[in-house]
Ligand binder design. Structure first.
Ligand code: ADP
Ligand code: ZN
Ligand code: ZN
Length: 784
């Protein structure tokens, strides 16, 4: 006898149930189980050898419905995600499977025979409504949309024996069906002239059409079609249709690869199952073309490929290129699809042939059979890490497990690799392939540094330096386009001297201190260091322009418009892109040349290919360099390089103006010269010395609650526990956002050696004090 954990097809539960079974069973098998007095369908998620400790006796699985609904390896992957990221299997299942994959029990109302007399108003409304349906039995959910006072009306009709309501468990959801008419006999001697002409029409329509189409085009009735069918002249049957996903783009041909591309492709093709390759290529170096050509032979061999991208909405060009190269074989999967579309996409994958699925983070879980290659583009992007809800997984980590489980290689692509990937590529864990130059020989844009301290000394208080103003002027005269980039996150929270560029940092952690307006203290968000706010003048240079509080995109927009009245300016940030589709609208307008200058935040950096942009202005690099997070310089380098990479993708060379108070900062210098190594090497040395990733692991624990003392006590209790167990911790310290909606937030960073497994201690921790919810983030990458 074995014990199986079953995902039961029941809408009111949020957990897995354990049953017994005697005989063969695999994770992924569909089963029929007793549940709350009924029988329900479900999927076996895992099989346990030992009996779980429970106070109630276990029931047995009634029968196995279908073997291998999803392969066993797939469920093992989900279990691994749950274990590693300290989440429940159910949470992982919810994040991996599309909603509605399992059908849900529904309440339905059936009209019985009988004629009502003199009904009360609510009952009359429902009865009238029910009479409108052809079928006698209607879903509750459907009625609820149309009928007021439904509960009351139903009660009254039930009392009179006119309807009954019941719970119905439909079989696993069926895809959308179409009725198809197929011609069997073109010439039927015994047919009437009218019937003969119908058969001919069908032949003209291609011998196979949908019933709806056929009725419509021939102006005939279902009854007539049925007679033709009864005579054996045509067949009527149901066929599954898959919603959406057609593309009418002109196909395109593989390009002749450059020697660098050809070499990278060769390296990818030489990878063994489960191996990872880092494709490190500057922006515009032709990485996408390499992906396409790596996928081509796989499809021919009947295999499939999974392509992960940070954001579908912002990378339509990439999706289009795949659709044009592999017409009819590309599927796009992301969370903005409707439930039906997601469900269809899954069905298609489970049953379909060779194909390419392009998707965002959660697509790492799609069930592609015969997976031949996984590609994770822009692998450094933070959106691959899920924050909430649990599991807080990283798609790159899961992709690695998948590539091992499915015996296929994994390709990570980036112009600015994550230091963890880069380290793995240099120490031999990954293979490294490089594309060091842009296709067609276009140079990377020239980066000019502007020292903002000098601007101030010369009396320019505007956020636009004189150099930047001159460049915008020239851009206008040449009728070209430009981008101004501003980092707004955390802008207001660090203290910087505009006279000398000095930033106050923590003496323990070398991260910048964060200014808390509420009590005017400066705090470190890694350890618990704090100090009162400094004097009005800079301790370093005596300047009185000491406290620098940044500017938002809106202020920049105003400043630009005042200075350049004729310039057509658009803003691209959280505020202007809230509405659905407004992303694309703003970008399309810019793409068509209806605006000249785009002012935006981080969102601007993601994979845009805007050939007419010749000027990129980075308004203040400093805010990037002073986030209270050990990864902030890495982020800054990535961002600066990506922003700079937006310029000069067309024939015109690009120019980047990088404004900063700290022009000698190593990261600024590395970004200026597009030199990844100049940034990475010293940074890796520092990380190694501190035991930070990629040389150690981190777990972040976070607490949040309305009474700060209690939050702090919870954090301190856990901190003590960890210290007693000889664990290395940083904090507890206030979270980066220390108070959210009246809740105080404290956090603790737990440092672990690379190979350590924190799961055991974590489980123990969760039992210490659960009066305040503890949020666990394994391998966190963002400040909380
Ligand atoms: P990346 O993905 O590295 O940013 P892309 O693959 O988008 O680079 O390539 C940049 C541009 O160069 C695209 O317009 C692409 O069509 C073109 N391109 C890529 N490879 C070749 C090639 N071998 N020959 C000609 N054009 C190419
Ligand atoms: Zn100063
Ligand atoms: Zn500190």
């Amino acid at each position: 006898m074995v014990f199986v954990q079953v995902l039961v097809d029941c809408p009111t539960t949020d957990r897995l149930f354990t049953y017994t079974w005697t005989g063969e069973v695999q994770p992924g098998d569909g089963v029929w189980v007793p549940f709350a007095g009924r029988s329900l369908g479900g999927i076996v998620v895992c099989v346990l050898e030992d009996a779980p400790v429970l106070d109630t006796p276990l029931k047995a699985v009634e029968s196995i419905l279908h073997r291998g609904f999803l392969p066993s390896a797939y469920w093992q992957l989900l279990a691994r995600v749950a274990h590693y990221y300290h989440a429940t299997l159910w949470q992982v299942v919810q994040c991996a499977l599309p909603p509605g994959l399992l059908s849900r029990a529904q309440r339905r109302v059936e009209r019985l025979t009988g004629e009502p007399t003199l009904l009360p108003p609510a009952a009359q409304t429902l009865w009238t409504h029910l009479s409108r349906y052809q079928q006698r039995d209607v879903a509750w959910r459907e009625l609820r949309k149309h009928v007021p006072r439904l509960e009351q009306g139903l009660r009254e009709l039930e009392q009179r024996g006119l309807v009954r309501s019941y719970l119905y468990t439909p079989p696993p959801p069926r895809p959308q069906q179409q009725t198809i008419v197929t011609l069997l006999v073109a010439q039927a001697p015994s047919a009437t002239p009218r019937q003969q002409s119908l058969l001919q029409s069908l032949q003209h329509l291609g011998s196979e059409v949908t019933l709806a189409d056929f009725l419509n085009k021939t102006q005939t009735t279902r009854a007539t079609v049925q007679r033709l069918q009864a005579n054996g002249w045509l067949a009527v049957h149901q066929r599954e249709v898959l919603r959406g996903q057609e593309s009418a783009l002109p196909p395109d041909q593989p390009k002749l690869l450059t020697p660098d591309q050809a070499q990278a492709l060769g390296q990818i093709q030489a990878l063994s199952a489960g191996e990872t390759l880092l494709l490190w290529g500057v922006t515009g170096s032709g990485k996408t073309e390499v992906y396409l050509q790596a996928i081509q032979p796989l499809l021919t061999a009947g295999k499939s490929a999974l392509v992960l991208v940070p954001e579908i909405g912002l990378t339509p060009q990439l999706t289009e290129r795949f659709q044009r190269r592999f017409p009819g074989q590309v599927w796009v999967y992301h969370s903005a699809l409707s439930q039906g579309e997601r469900y269809d996409c899954w069905r298609q994958m489970l049953t379909g042939g060779p194909q390419v699925v392009i998707g965002t983070r959660s697509a790492v879980f799609v069930p592609l059979p015969k997976l031949g290659l996984i590609i994770l583009d822009e692998e450094h992007d933070a959106s691959y890490k899920q924050d909430r809800p649990a599991p807080s997984y990283h798609a790159r980590t899961v992709a690695q497990w998948r590539s091992v489980a499915e015996s296929c290689p994994l390709v990570l692509g980036s112009a600015t690799p994550d230091l963890e990937s880069y380290q793995a590529a240099t120490d031999g864990t990954y293979t490294l392939a490089q594309l060091p130059v842009r296709v067609g020989g276009a140079g990377l844009p020239t980066v000019m540094l502007v020292d903002l301290r000098e601007e101030l000394a010369e009396g320019n208080y505007s956020p636009l330096s004189r150099t930047l103003q001159r460049e915008i002027q020239q851009m206008m005269e040449r009728k070209e386009q430009g981008i101004l980039f501003l980092n707004r996150r955390g802008f207001h929270t660090f203290i910087l001297c505009r006279g000398c560029g000095e930033v106050l940092t923590c003496p323990n952690c070398t991260v910048s201190l964060t200014y808390h307006l509420s009590d005017r203290f400066l705090r470190c968000h890694h350890c618990h260091y704090r100090r009162p706010e400094p004097e009005q003048t800079c301790p370093q240079c005596g300047s009185t322009h000491y406290k620098f509080f940044g500017t938002g995109t809106q202020r920049i927009e105003t400043a630009v418009q005042e200075r350049f009245p004729g310039l057509r300016v658009a803003r691209f940030d959280r505020d202007t892109t809230q509405r659905k589709g407004s992303h694309r609208e703003i970008l399309d307008q810019f793409g068509r040349g209806e605006t000249d200058l785009l002012i935006g935040t981080q969102m601007l950096t993601k994979g845009l290919d805007l050939p007419r942009v010749t000027l990129v202005g980075i308004l203040a690099a400093d805010s990037l360099l002073n986030m209270p997070d050990f990864r902030c310089t890495e982020r800054a380098f990535q961002l600066l390089t990506q922003v700079a990479g937006r310029g000069g993708r067309g024939d015109q060379p690009g120019r980047v103006i990088l404004q900063t108070y700290n022009p000698t900062h190593a990261v600024v210098e590395a970004a200026r010269t597009h030199d990844f190594l100049q940034f990475a090497e010293p940074e890796l040395i520092a990380r190694r010395a501190q035991g930070f990733p990629p040389f150690g692991r981190l777990v972040r624990l976070g607490w949040q609650g309305p009474v700060e003392e209690l939050v702090l006590i919870a954090a301190q209790t856990v901190a003590r526990y960890l210290q007693e167990h000889e664990q290395e911790i940083l904090g507890p310290a206030p979270a980066l956002i220390p108070k959210v909606r009246l809740a105080y937030r404290w956090q603790l960073l737990w440092k672990l050696p690379l190979m350590a497994e924190p799961q055991h201690l974590l489980q123990a921790l969760m039992k210490i004090d659960n009066s305040i919810f503890c949020h666990v983030d394994i391998d966190p990458i963002q400040a909380w």
